[in-house]
Ligand binder design. Structure first.
Ligand code: MG
Length: 393
């Protein structure tokens, strides 16, 4: 997967009554644009950065500094158009042929986190189009004018309302179609194009700190967040540890991480005995302090007889997410004398990433033998260790 980001900084809006477009405002020593570029430059899943600037900002004698060119990624500047959507279309035209996931990010959101970027990439790859958004907590009233005053026309159902943020992510062909079909219409974000072109657009969990800086007050708040850096920007993290072992017997399929692996024997247990899923389930439940797999899915319950453990993992993850946690990463060690697991590592990582609503990049997987020692070394069983790191959403 080749991920590109278009950073929209083509606006001329000065907003604060000054003369400097807001992408060049300084936030704790760096411009908003520099900070936005840096957020994607340091993200491991992003390969390519296209920055769309006002045309005159690209002149050699422009008074404003451009962000330094990335040292690790392909990066280029292109001139924007008169409207935001024209700028994004120009950025899209400048993408390399390899880009298959395209993110669009607003330069005025300099505090976007790694986790929000990862979630948008994973959901866009899976669903075609996805945006970061935060739920609305206030009750929302729609107003209408009467006798020269605003009155409430109706109360909107808050549970369904979200505030759109960026990044907004698309499979390349989806954004291409959206631009082709919706490009002429005035929209305030790229999801609006995709919606007009008839594509479903998924919402992923954004971050209240990923604010759009449009007022002096926003800038002051962002400075405070960076200042107190330590305190308010430090993520709340929880670690969890999981372990499982099942015996290998003839006449059973070998399933690890939801992937069936060709082998003459398989693991035996009440469910499908997928020891990878079981260890990961215990790791995420442990990190969230939600008990363990035996308590949630007891092997005395006929519902879990021959159960698909990937479904159990997904169920456990839903509980973990409902308790306010998201997966940062998972690391897995499988101890199996045989078979060799490395050819299946990527398929297992993808499969687990799907169940955990994250990207395969967040899943580490290693196979080890037991050097012929003990029951595992004699090929009588397979054991799995897993650790999970969670962050508060
Ligand atoms: Mg087990």
């Amino acid at each position: 997967m080749h991920v590109a980001v278009i950073i929209a900084a083509g606006g001329r809006g000065t907003r604060f009554g000054g003369t400097l477009p807001k992408q060049w405002l300084s936030l704790a020593g760096q411009t908003l644009l520099q900070r936005s570029v840096a957020a994607f430059d340091r993200h491991r899943e992003v390969h390519e950065i296209v920055v769309v600037l006002p045309a005159d900002a690209m002149d050699a004698d422009a008074p404003t500094p451009l962000p330094p060119t990335s040292t690790t990624k392909s990066m280029r500047y292109v001139a924007g158009g008169s409207r935001r959507q024209d700028s994004v279309a120009n950025g899209f035209a400048a993408l390399s042929a390899e880009a298959d996931i395209v993110l669009v990010h607003d330069a005025a959101r300099p505090l976007v986190s790694d986790a929000v970027i990862s979630r948008t990439i994973a959901a866009a790859a899976e669903s075609g189009a996805a945006i970061a958004a935060v739920p609305v907590h206030d009750t929302v009233k729609q107003a209408e004018e009467k006798d020269g005053h605003p009155f409430i026309a109706r109360t909107l159902p808050r549970e369904t309302l979200h505030l759109a943020q960026t990044p907004q992510g698309f499979r390349r062909e989806v954004l291409a179609q959206a631009i082709a079909q919706g490009g002429a219409a005035d929209v305030t974000d790229e999801a609006g194009w995709a919606e007009r072109a008839g594509y479903p657009v998924r919402l992923v969990v954004g971050d209240p700190d990923n604010m759009k800086i449009t007022t002096e007050r926003d800038l002051a708040r962002a400075e405070k967040l960076l200042d107190t850096g330590g305190a308010s920007r430090a993520p709340v993290l929880r670690i969890g540890n999981g372990y499982d072992l099942h015996r290998l017997v003839e006449g059973r399929p070998l399933i690890l991480g939801g992937v069936q692996i060709p082998y003459e024997r398989g693991l035996i247990g009440h469910s499908d005995a997928d020891a990878v899923c079981h260890a990961v389930t215990d790791a995420i439940l442990g990190a969230a302090n939600l008990g363990d797999i035996g308590r949630l899915f007891p092997d005395t319950d006929p519902r879990w007889k021959d159960a698909n453990s990937l479904v159990l993992l997904r169920d456990a993850y839903d509980r973990v997410a409902a308790a306010g946690w998201l997966v940062v990463n998972i690391d897995i060690v499988v101890i199996a004398q045989k078979p060799k697991l490395s050819p299946y590592a990527d398929a297992i990582r993808e499969s687990l990433a799907g169940a955990l609503q994250t990207s395969a990049d967040a899943i580490g997987f290693k196979g080890k033998t037991n050097e012929g020692v003990d029951a595992i070394g004699r090929g009588e069983a397979i054991a799995v260790h897993a650790v999970a790191l969670l962050t508060a959403r």
